[in-house]
Write a protein that binds this ligand. Structure first.
Ligand code: DGY
Length: 328
């Protein structure tokens, strides 16, 4: 039975998520455009809502929280990352913030491997060359890339996604290093992985894959000096958040051939790449599609919707991020 709750969904999400909301809420307004709402539109549309299902491109700051009003209980983010939401401001107002952990781990790990393989074997560059009509036949020196077997994979951030990426390396016969504040018994026991510090990870790995959450403290964690510690044959993969890497510095080291390649799903100033990035042959770029499988996006939509229905029916949302706002 639908209750008298008014919910805003800031982008069209898979139907099963909307159905969960419609069963519980009288009014579910979905952004009708195939684009983000502007900040002004967001301010207007959140007004009077009891809940908002938002996406990672919505910047939920104090102005949006104020515009929503004191009746608004929850902002449910359709992402595992929630760096687009001012958590401190939400918490100060007693507004719950939720995310969608777990359901996108496999999809993101799979994309990470797709990027790693594409970069190491120069798949995109070779595909472009083939389509250009310039291929004159097989050649022993054509498109030589890097092999994975016997090479070292470095995982920066051994949480859910970093662990899933590392576990998939056993099929490729790779050695695994990882860098994390917390020791991973699982990676050490199952893969014989070694925990190392940040500098050693970048110095010793042939492939470095980034899986840390973006926080106020780790913007440009991967800066120019760290990039210059990498092997000249190394490849950097990022499916976490763009601002973790100094993207202008990455362009410099790629242009100089100081590292062999990079493969990116995320960018410092989405949707704009750093100047020069898109012109480089030794980088594979995809537009933030880590969780973009039909199965995963459906699960994410259901999860975000269930966080909202829990909050609106007086229950603790299962994926509450700012746990301090919940009073039993
Ligand atoms: C996330 O969930 O944080 C992803 O970036 C969305 O695809």
């Amino acid at each position: 039975m639908a209750g008298s709750h008014h919910v805003l969904v800031t982008r069209l999400v898979p139907q099963p998520g909307l159905e969960v909301l419609r069963r519980c809420c009288q009014d579910v307004e979905v952004n009708p455009h195939d684009r983000d709402l502007s900040h002004q539109e967001l301010l207007e549309r959140v007004a009077g809502r009891h809940a908002v299902l938002c996406v990672l491109t919505d910047h939920i700051d104090a102005t949006v929280l104020d515009a929503a009003g004191p009746q608004c209980k929850i902002f449910a983010n359709l992402a595992v990352g929630y760096d687009n939401i001012d958590l401190a401001e939400a918490t100060r107002r007693g507004v719950m913030v939720t995310n969608t952990p777990g359901v996108l781990t496999d999809a993101t790990a799979e994309l990470t491997w797709a990027l790693l393989l594409a970069a190491s074997r120069r798949i995109v560059e070779a595909d472009r060359f083939f389509r250009s009509g310039r291929w004159a036949g097989w050649g022993p020196m054509q498109f030589l890339g890097g092999q994975l077997a016997g090479q070292t994979l470095g995982i920066l951030g051994a949480g859910r996604i970093g662990t899933a990426v590392a576990l998939r390396s056993s099929g490729f016969g790779m050695k695994v290093l990882y860098c994390d504040a917390i020791r991973s018994q699982q990676l050490e026991t199952r893969l014989g992985a070694c925990r190392v510090d940040l500098h050693s990870l970048f110095e010793q790995s042939d492939y470095v894959s980034i899986h840390v959450n973006l926080t106020a403290d780790n913007r440009h964690l991967v800066d120019e000096s760290l990039l210059r510690r990498m092997k000249p044959t190394a490849c950097l993969v990022n499916t976490s958040r763009g601002p973790i890497i100094d993207e202008a510095a990455l362009v410099r080291v790629l242009r100089e051939g100081r590292i062999a390649a990079a493969a990116l799903d995320v960018y410092e100033n989405e949707p704009q790449p750093a100047p020069g990035l898109a012109e480089l042959d030794n980088v594979v770029c995809v537009p933030h599609i880590g969780s973009a499988t039909s199965q995963t996006r459906e699960k994410m939509a259901i999860m975000a919707a269930e966080n909202i229905t829990a909050a609106l029916t007086g229950c603790r949302p299962p994926n509450l991020v700012n746990r301090e706002v919940w009073k039993d």
